[in-house]
Ligand binder design. Sequence first.
Ligand SMILES: *[C@@H]1O[C@H](CO)[C@@H](O)[C@H](O)[C@H]1NC(C)=O
Ligand SMILES: *[C@@H]1O[C@H](CO)[C@@H](O)[C@H](O)[C@H]1NC(C)=O
Ligand SMILES: *[C@@H]1O[C@H](CO)[C@@H](O)[C@H](O)[C@H]1NC(C)=O
Length: 358
Amino acid sequence: MGLLVFSSCCILFHAATTTVTSTATTYRDTTPKVVVSSKNASGYNFRWPGPIGHRVITVDANGGGHFRSVQDAIDSIPDNNRMNVLIQISAGVYVEKVVVPVTKPYITLQGAGRDTTAIEWHDRASDRGPNGQQLRTYRTASVTVFANYFSARNITFKNTAPAPLPGMEGRQAAAFRISGDKAYFSGCGFYGAQDTLCDDAGRHYFKECYIQGSIDFIFGNGRSMYKDCELHSIATRFGSIAAQDRRSPYEKTGFAFVRCTVTGSGPIYVGRAMGQYSRIVYAYTYFADIVAHGGWDYWNGADNKNKTAFFGVYKCWGPGAAKISRASLAQELDYEAAHPFLVKSFVNGRHWIAPSDA
Ligand SMILES: *[C@@H]1O[C@H](CO)[C@@H](O)[C@H](O)[C@H]1NC(C)=O
Ligand SMILES: *[C@@H]1O[C@H](CO)[C@@H](O)[C@H](O)[C@H]1NC(C)=O
Ligand SMILES: *[C@@H]1O[C@H](CO)[C@@H](O)[C@H](O)[C@H]1NC(C)=O
């Protein structure tokens, strides 16, 4: 690529002096060659180059790699990273709390398989952090990503705190929090109970992932597509899958579940209106017979969320499917209304997700 890049402080990146290799990050490699022009908050145009160059770091708990811990590997990457960095993590259980800071985009965590490589920790919302304050839900995640262009493949993320009984307080325990934009996950496992996956902010694509939990186990204000994922409930007396936190009609956030399977134990609500303008759609999804009467929940009855939240269903099936469409709070969508939630343009995926991911 022979492209020059202008940032606001006039640094030039001479891309011609480096090469972009395309061996390891297959679905990203279409991206770096595209220079995207966009406007910053003051309306100036700037050009975004994508990452330049490529590097592999290995992590092995037994000492056979560059590092023994995942965080050590991330710490070794300089701030303002501009390279595709593949962190290859050998089979094993890595008991550590991991953070990918906002200054380190373009990192991929790749495990040896969802069943063989896991990162796990055990913080709960009521636990106290180093400053003596309670962590609260968002800071419990075993792995937290603030950076953009993160991806993870064939690896599991767990929070191993014991599952709470319904009504117990302070037991939220996230396995993973994604707060960066344009994150791609494939073949990953997310294991927890209450609040497993914090789909906090940004555009995200989850492909063939396994997500397990009991209460609101996918939650936040992300704009995300879940494709071919298994959503597995371990609820004992009552549970819920997705709690989406869209707060205004101008936000483009929402959760689209496409061709997923809903399994496990119930009864569960399939969606809850965490934010006033919550948006949740299930399409072509299988539901085992674990759906609670009514199917969905407005979180509380006080603020007329029944007028502002959007729960949609399109061509779902299985023994539990009737409970989320007919006689539920959701709308049965027609093709026209469902279409925006079925395609990767829901997350603007055309520029950052490979053509093979429809
Ligand atoms: C937008 O870009 C212009 C020109 O590069 C710069 O002067 C300005 O500070 C930038 N504004 C923001 C909010 O980043
Ligand atoms: C991830 O796992 C799947 C299923 O085992 C396998 O087909 C794929 O090649 C793996 N991908 C990588 C990058 O290891
Ligand atoms: C919405 O809920 C309020 C009370 O929370 C109720 O008075 C109202 O009739 C409901 N509206 C619809 C359209 O169901």
